[in-house]
Write a protein that binds this ligand. Structure first.
Ligand SMILES: NC(=O)c1ccc[n+]([C@@H]2O[C@H](COP(=O)([O-])OP(=O)(O)OC[C@H]3O[C@@H](n4cnc5c(N)ncnc54)[C@H](OP(=O)(O)O)[C@@H]3O)[C@@H](O)[C@H]2O)c1
Length: 334
């Protein structure tokens, strides 16, 4: 019988209920063994819904010897606390995006994982979707020539101010919540880290939460990425990549339902093509990818901990750029 990663759940969130727990439940590499919540009723309800015998507090999950790994989907501002506690309890950690609120926080999380010989992955499910593999394949096969620019857009309708995303103490704001996606996507497309970042974050007057973000990342060698992200906008979730010989655009780049095909538009001298990418459940692919790496069955396409640190460094540069109104070199982030 295939060995499975036994997951404990830290936080009965909406994303856990709607996407991640169903993905764990149906995975051949993972299973849910304990569900933790701040309230007993919610833990019990989730346990019943996902056919799990054990439930309790977050601490109960961490002290359970049957738990190999935890899935953390608390608000961003609480990720570090529970990721470090989980690593110290000997558990591997799959932590929702954004995993951290600062580069220092990311360093602490990775250090705790290294010290405890556990693994830590930032839960960017989108990167497991086959559409990005197809984009990378086209780039590798020179369909775009030499890459010049990445442009990402991610935005959705206004959300209520009672949401965790409007709470400063809980790590709210559009940078941590959604700008992280095109930042991560551009790092994947260029296959390297930017040398510097310029970012403007527009704040809501009432909460001081960043609601709109414009970011420019200089990848060096005449290569740039930009992204526009915000709340209170007509829905957009896409990126385009432009090179010396071609242009492509990927629809629903960051959040695509499991039954929807992604549409990739490719224009170059040889073709003007619309490529439909088969529907796929990126949450399931993420759970399988994480579990297979931890089980030693398969190596993921990226190093979990290095990637989390590199992403956090760019995020920190974006915060500092907006705060100090200047271009921030990545080398300034220590
Ligand atoms: N990958 C994706 O597509 C995706 C999509 C949405 C969100 N996310 C990420 O997932 C996480 C949760 O987002 P969500 O929208 O699902 O949030 P949510 O429904 O508000 O859930 C957050 C959960 O965190 C726990 N929590 C612990 N301390 C809390 C506090 N002080 N205030 C509020 N909740 C607290 C609660 O669980 P208990 O009451 O059970 O303790 C709560 O249900 C965030 O990190 C977010 O960035 C990822």
């Amino acid at each position: 019988m295939q060995k499975k990663i036994r997951f404990g759940i830290i936080g009965c969130s909406r994303i856990a209920a709607n996407s991640t727990l169903p993905a764990i439940q149906t995975s051949q590499y993972a299973q849910i063994v304990n569900i933790g919540s701040r309230t007993n009723e919610k833990a019990q309800k989730f346990a019943a819904q996902f056919g799990c015998n054990k439930y309790g507090t977050y601490e109960d999950v961490l002290s359970d010897e049957d738990v190999d790994a935890v899935y953390i989907s608390t608000p961003v501002g609480l990720h570090e606390e529970w990721a470090v506690k989980a690593a110290n309890a000997g558990k591997h950690v799959l932590c929702e995006k954004s995993s951290t609120t600062s580069y220092l926080s990311a360093q602490k999380m990775v250090l705790s994982a290294k010290q405890n010989n556990t693994r830590l992955m930032e839960g960017f499910m989108f990167r497991f979707h086959p559409s990005h593999k197809k984009v990378l394949e086209l780039i590798r096969n020179n369909a775009l020539g030499r890459l010049f620019s990445f442009y990402g857009m991610y935005g959705f309708q206004a959300i209520p101010k009672s949401d965790i995303r409007y709470n400063k103490n809980l790590g709210g704001g559009i940078l941590n919540d959604a700008t992280c996606y095109p930042i991560c996507a551009s790092r994947i497309i260029f296959g390297k880290e930017p040398i510097g970042v310029t970012c403007v974050l527009n704040l809501d007057k009432e909460t001081s939460i960043d609601e709109r973000a414009l970011i420019m990342m200089n990848y060096g060698n005449d290569q740039f990425a930009q992204a526009a992200v915000g709340y209170g906008l007509f829905y957009q979730s896409l990126y385009s990549v432009w090179g010396s010989e071609g242009f492509l655009k990927l629809s629903r780049s960051y959040n695509i339902p499991p039954d929807m095909s992604a549409l990739l538009t490719l224009n170059n001298a040889k073709e003007n093509n619309e490529i439909s990418i088969e529907p796929a459940n990126h949450f399931s692919l993420m759970i399988d990818g994480f579990s297979k790496e931890v089980l030693g069955i398969d190596q993921a396409a990226f190093n979990f901990e290095d990637d989390l640190l590199n992403q956090a460094k760019v995020m920190e540069a974006a915060r500092l750029s907006s705060l100090e109104n200047r271009f921030i070199k990545l080398s300034e982030i220590k």
